[in-house]
Design a protein around this ligand. Sequence first.
Ligand SMILES: [Ca+2]
Ligand SMILES: [Ca+2]
Ligand SMILES: [Ca+2]
Length: 477
Amino acid sequence: MTSRTHPTSLRTAAAAAVAVATAAAGLAVLPATASAATDNVTVQYRTSATGATADQTEPWFEIRNTGDGTVRLSAVKVRYYFKADSSGTSYRFACSWAVKGCSNITGTFRTLTDPTATADRYLEIGFTSGAGSLAPGADTGDMQLRFYRSDWQRLQQSDDYSFGPSQTTYADWPKVTAQLSGATVWGTAPEGNEPTDPPTDPPTDPPVGGLVLFDDFNYTGSSDPRISANGWNVRSDSGGPGVPGATWAPENVTFTASGGNSVMNLRTQTAGTAASTRQTEVLSKATKFKNGTYAARVKFSDAPVSGPDGDRVVQTFFTINDLKAPMADDYSEYDFEYLPNGGWGEPSSILYTTSWETYNPDPWQAINQHSQVRQSWGGWHDLVLTIDNSAITYYIDGQLFGTHDAAYLPERPMSINFNQWLIDLAGQTSTTPRSYDEQVDYVLHVKDQVLTPAQVDATVSSYRTAGTTFEDTVPNP
Ligand SMILES: [Ca+2]
Ligand SMILES: [Ca+2]
Ligand SMILES: [Ca+2]
C-alpha cells in the first residue's frame, strides 16, 4: 500500500478553488458541438421454451445498432415483462451462453408500478463495460438467457406480456422494450408502465451476474492464514498516515461476533506519545477495483473503549491507488472518514466523503470534492459508494450523502482499505492509555455495476442465505 501521507485535511477554500478551476477547464475542452448521430437499437427475440408452462423461461435476444452512431452496450437496458406466479414468488436469472460473454450481462428483476393482467414484474437485462460497443449495423449476436423460480417449481408463461411461443427463430419483437441512456428506443411497455430513468420500480431480487468481491470477515484472528489467502494485508509497518513514529499493530485486528455475525475489530491505541501509538489497517493486496459498487457495514465509535476521550482519530473505509508524481492526475481515492472528536480544524464529530483527482504533498495542494455532515455517527452504518462513467455517489444507511463530479472519476484501479489512525496527539494530552474500536461486518464490491443500497442489502442477504462468507471473482487488470 502507498503510504497515505496526505492528511485529507486542508479542505480549504484554496483547495476548493483549485477544484472548481479544474472542473471549469475540463468543460472548456469538450467538443464544441455534440455528435449529430442518431442512436437507435432493435431487439430480436426467440425462445426455446414454448410451453404454456415450463421449468424456465428462455428469452433469447440479439440487439442490433440500427442508428449511425456507436452504441455503448453499458448504456442499453432491455426489459422482458411477465406476470409472476404469485406475489411471493421470486425468480433467478441466468445466462447460458452469449457471444458478448455471460460475465458481461446482468439481470435484475423489478416490480411494475402499475401491474396489468399480463405483467407485474420484469427482468431487466444490462451490460457491464466489458461488453464493449456496437458499431453502426453491428449486433450482439446470440444471448441465450433464462430465468426460473427460486423454488424450482414450474412457472406459467402463457400469461406473460413479453412471451412469444411462436417465436422459435430470431425476429423483431416489440413486446420487450430497450432503453438507451435512459430513453426508450424500442418496443412497447405494458400500458401505464413506460420505462423511467432512473427506474422507480423496486428491485425484487439481487442482481445476478458480474464479478464480485464479498467478505463477511469470518476469521479467527489476525494470524488466520485465510486472511492472506483471501487477498488481505493486515498492516504491520510504520509510516503514514497519522502520528509520526507511530506503528501499525496487526495484533490489534481481532474478530468477534455481533448479532450472530462475525465482525472485524480495528483497535487503535495511544498513551499520548508516538511510541505508544498503535494504529490499525486492513487492505486488499490487489489494486484491481475501479468502477462499480463498494459497500461495507461499519461501526464507528464516539468514545474510547477505556481511558480518557478526545483523541483525533479517523475511522475509515476507502479505495486508493498510488500517487506516481505530485499532482499526477491518474491518482484516485474515494473516502468515508469519520472524525468522532474532530480534527483538521473541526471542533467535534464530522463525517466526510471525499473524491480525489490528485494532490501535491509538499507544498500541500488538494484537488478533490467532498461532502460532510457534522453530527455524531457513532454506531453501525451501511456505507455504499458507486462509481460509473459519469459520477461518484455516496450513500449512508440508504440515504444519499453526496454526489461528486466526473472530473474526479478514477483513471486506474485501486485497493480497498479500512483503517483507524490518529491525526495528531493534540486532542487529548494525557499519558493515560486509551483505545478506540472501529468494527467492520462485511465488504462488498460489484465490478462495473451500480447497485442501489437495497440491492446491496439483498446481495449480502443472498450470500448469507447460501452460507457463503467469502467470494472473489474480480480479475486482476
Ligand atoms: Ca407468468
Ligand atoms: Ca460479518
Ligand atoms: Ca485522478
